[in-house]
Design a protein around this ligand. Structure first.
Ligand SMILES: Nc1nc2c(ncn2[C@@H]2O[C@H](COP(=O)(O)OP(=O)(O)O)[C@@H](O)[C@H]2O)c(=O)[nH]1
Ligand SMILES: [Mg+2]
Length: 396
């Protein structure tokens, strides 16, 4: 009788239900075996760019079809850049002007298209090229911290000769420099080679990307559970810029406040923390062109490098150490009381004594070689910590 029951043919519904059970079990196995990383940070810090680098480095990169999808995004970014420059030129204080009448005609042409244009003619690109050569527009670009301009403005405007071509196909660098606001929570899965003794030589990673603008942050809580490490991304070059969402708030200060909240979040007390001090290329250019972080952060004037950082007088080096140490200080502040939910309905209140490590890397998210090097370190550190916590040691 039992044998007969086992061999009976399953109905379509039973078959479907069994398949679903197997899918769920497989998903659970994958979930349990993966190391889960969560990218956090304010809007435009570089989170999505890091996800793109993982696709380039560890997944199959971008197909021709996916590259086609970036054509409109890149051209939209180019328009966003020139529109912003032209519309702010005459509003600057002290005010700026076009170099000559021809540029002014080109400027009016761009303004007449509005900020969200999507169709661009040959005539359009001629106007943009003329404007990008205009000395007034260049000066406006130099002062672009005074208004909102995308970070990749110069990159795309310098590449207009390629971008305007009819048969233009975005290269990896174009994809990495492009910007599109993240709204949905996104996930990229990839595997990394580890010692053959563990996990058959590979370790699976799941990396989550979320929107960073103020309005998007309430969605973050959905992905906090089971996270092994938070990668907190900071745009260091933001020190002299204000937020899109709130024109009075300094962007780097917003990032510091957000980091304080995330570091102290009771939902993330068990997660490892790694801070990516990002946009080092832009930070270096800014400091070398004479900008001074001491204007927005007066405490910089009395800042002393610690003995391990040496005794450098290089402004860029000192600035990046100053920003890092500002974050270090937050992690060293004593927390008086921690509330932790250990099970539904059961809450523990205790004084935090556990020392938590936080790791720091200086990064340029658009530079694939740099991200590869940094991630090799990050992967080994996370795998090692994870294995050590589970009582295994000796990772390659
Ligand atoms: N030059 C430079 N641009 C960067 C860097 N990181 C990100 N970007 C650019 O900054 C913009 C916003 O980055 P994105 O990854 O979308 O930020 P998110 O809002 O944190 O996801 C994009 O145009 C990126 O290409 C960097 O290290 N250097
Ligand atoms: Mg994003």
């Amino acid at each position: 009788m039992v044998l007969f029951k086992c061999m009976r043919t399953l109905s379509p519904e039973e078959k479907l239900s069994k398949e679903l059970d197997q899918d769920i079990k497989q998903w659970q196995r994958n979930y349990d075996n993966s190391i889960k990383l969560l990218l956090l940070g304010t809007g435009d810090a570089g989170k999505t760019t890091i996800i793109k680098q993982m696709r380039i480095l560890h997944v199959q990169g971008y197909s021709d079809k996916e590259r086609q999808d970036y054509i409109d995004i890149v051209r939209g970014n180019l328009h966003d850049a020139i529109y912003s420059l032209v519309s702010h030129l005459t509003l600057m204080e002290p005010s700026l002007d076009f170099q000559d009448d021809d540029s002014e005609i080109s400027g009016n042409y761009i303004l007449a298209m509005g900020p969200h244009a999507t169709i661009f003619s040959e005539e359009y690109y001629d106007h943009v090229q003329r404007l990008w050569e205009d000395l007034g527009i260049r000066e406006c670009y130099r002062r672009s911290n005074e208004f909102q301009l995308i970070d990749s403005a110069k990159y795309f405007l310098d590449r207009i000769y390629e971008i305007r071509k009819e048969n233009y196909v975005p290269i990896d660098q174009d994809i990495l420099h492009s910007k599109q606001t993240t709204i949905e929570i996104q996930k990229v899965e990839f595997s990394v080679n580890v010692s053959k003794n563990f996990y058959n030589g590979t370790q699976e990673f799941w990396m989550f990307d979320v929107g960073g603008q103020r309005g998007e942050r309430k969605k973050w809580i959905q992905v906090f559970e089971g996270i092994h490490a938070v990668l907190f991304v900071v745009a260091c070059s933001d020190f002299d810029q204000n937020l899109c969402e709130d024109n009075k708030q300094n962007r780097l200060k917003e990032s510091i406040t957000l980091f304080t909240d995330v570091w102290n979040s009771r939902f993330l007390v068990d997660a490892g923390f790694i801070v990516f001090l990002n946009k080092q290329d832009i930070l270096k250019d800014k400091i070398e062109s004479g900008k001074d972080i001491g204007i927005q952060f007066p405490e910089y004037d009395d800042y002393k490098l610690s003995s391990k950082d040496g005794n450098s007088f290089d402004h860029y080096y000192r600035t990046r150490c100053f920003i890092r140490d500002t974050f270090v200080k937050i992690t060293q502040q004593k927390r008086d009381n921690v509330t932790k939910h250990i099970a539904p309905g059961i809450t523990l209140n205790y004084e935090e004594t556990k020392l938590r490590d936080c790791y720091y890397h200086f990064t340029t998210a658009t530079d694939t070689d740099n991200i590869k090097t940094v991630f090799d370190d990050v992967h080994s550190m996370i795998i090692e910590t994870n294995l050590r916590n589970s009582g295994v040691s000796g990772v390659e």
